[in-house]
Design a protein around this ligand. Structure first.
Ligand SMILES: C[S@@+](CC[C@H](N)C(=O)[O-])C[C@H]1O[C@@H](n2cnc3c(N)ncnc32)[C@H](O)[C@@H]1O
Length: 376
């Protein structure tokens, strides 16, 4: 890889593109551009390492190898074969191909996978004088997209998705993806100054991500990434940037509270916080959110109560929103950011939100109901 400047692509959950581009700009990345469900930037390979270690809201970091029109299989094959695969992949590389097609003449993902694989093998044959490739070495996951007849081919530098921080082998029944929890915390503008609380904490994801935000923790600093095993990747670079991220952490006396009515959930959340190394700043307790009792005058609540899908039925969920609304009625100095797919949430809760923001929890379309009027 002689090139010194690359294009990178960060796929992200719908609704979080703006947050990911803010994170990248704060990291001083160049040429940040947003599309539906993904954000691009450019820079040296060190920026790819930084993004993997530090992004809280993005799903993975892709190294873009090429973009070209692909209205048919032939152009997909030729466009793929034209890319410099043997400069990137050693002869023993494992290179599974995955991707998706959207609004394009090519719509069969398995057929596109097959064509792309074949084109890469053809190109590799010309360099390695091999007829077959053993695929026994390091993994170079190839990701493709065909959107509006434009193909993009990329190497997945993250491997395991970025939301898998490594602290949550155990989770409760309806856990929130870590990147979505981090996005909700970002939207609440919590910076570690005031009291923070998740009264429906389940496996503790939101409180743990809030602790990361307070500490300025790079969420990926204690996990590994696919690109670390790649032939052209420099281990010293990864080590130095990891150390840099660790040195940039803050320490302080943060007030983060997490509670749940289910004792098992609280136990799991506490264990996850220990694994995440934030159990010293998150305080857990078994409590009923319907009698919210934090003594502080003001603070921030970020939470996702049961939806009436996986937990509780719809009526029970709405009754819970009503009771929680009553408990929060005299707590207008507490800002509230609550994720729910229920279009009637505000009616049940008893107050109109200051603002709403559409976010997807997996396939479930939700709104983040934001109450902050009295605080800004
Ligand atoms: C959707 S889950 C929260 C998932 C969590 N964000 C996570 O990432 O694991 C909702 C949680 O609310 C809890 N819950 C239900 N009723 C409650 C109540 N009255 N008070 C407090 N917690 C309650 C459930 O036990 C469940 O853990």
């Amino acid at each position: 890889m002689k090139q010194t400047n690359y294009t990178f692509c960060i796929p992200c959950l719908f609704g979080t593109e703006g947050l990911v581009s803010d994170e990248l700009r704060r990291m001083k990345m160049a040429d940040v551009k947003t599309e539906d469900g993904r954000v691009f930037f450019s820079g040296p390979f060190a920026d790819c390492v930084r993004a993997n270690l530090s992004l809280a809201c993005g799903e993975r970091v892709l190294l873009v190898l090429g973009t070209f029109p692909a209205p048919d299989f032939n152009s997909l094959f030729e466009g793929t074969r034209a890319l410099p695969w043997p400069d990137l992949l050693p002869a023993d590389a494992r290179f599974p191909v995955t991707g998706y097609c959207l609004d394009s003449a090519l719509f069969s993902v398995p057929d596109c996978q097959r064509i792309i694989k074949k084109a890469i093998v053809e190109k590799m044959k010309s360099r390695y004088s091999l007829q077959q490739f053993p695929e026994t070495g390091a993994e170079y996951k190839i990701r493709f997209s065909v959107r509006k007849n434009l193909a993009m081919l990329a190497l997945d530098t993250s491997g395991t998705a970025l939301h898998k921080r490594g602290y949550r082998p155990a989770h409760t029944e309806a856990p929130l993806r870590e990147t979505l929890a981090a996005s909700m915390v970002r939207l609440s503008r919590y910076r570690g100054r005031e009291d923070f609380c998740d009264p429906f904490c389940g496996s503790g994801t939101i409180a743990i991500e809030a602790a990361f935000a307070a500490l300025n923790r790079a969420p990926g600093v204690y996990r590994d990434f696919a690109a670390e095993k790649w032939a052209f990747s420099d281990p010293v670079l990864w080590r130095d940037l990891r150390n840099e991220a660790i040195c940039a952490e803050y320490s302080g006396d943060y007030r983060i509270f997490a509670s749940d009515i289910d004792p098992l959930a609280v136990q799991i959340a506490r264990e996850n916080a220990v694994r995440a190394g934030v159990d010293h700043i998150v305080r857990f307790e078994i409590a009923d959110a319907r009698s919210f009792s934090r003594s502080a005058e003001r603070g921030i609540i970020v939470t996702n109560p049961p939806y009436g899908e996986r937990l509780l039925d719809h009526e029970q969920a709405e009754a819970l929103y009503r009771d929680f609304g009553r408990a929060m009625a005299d707590r207008e100095n507490w800002a509230l950011y609550l994720l729910s797919p229920d279009p009637d949430f505000e009616t049940c809760f008893g107050r109109r939100a200051s603002k709403r923001r559409k976010l997807y929890n997996g396939m479930i379309k939700c709104d983040l109901y934001m109450y902050f009027e009295s605080r800004r």
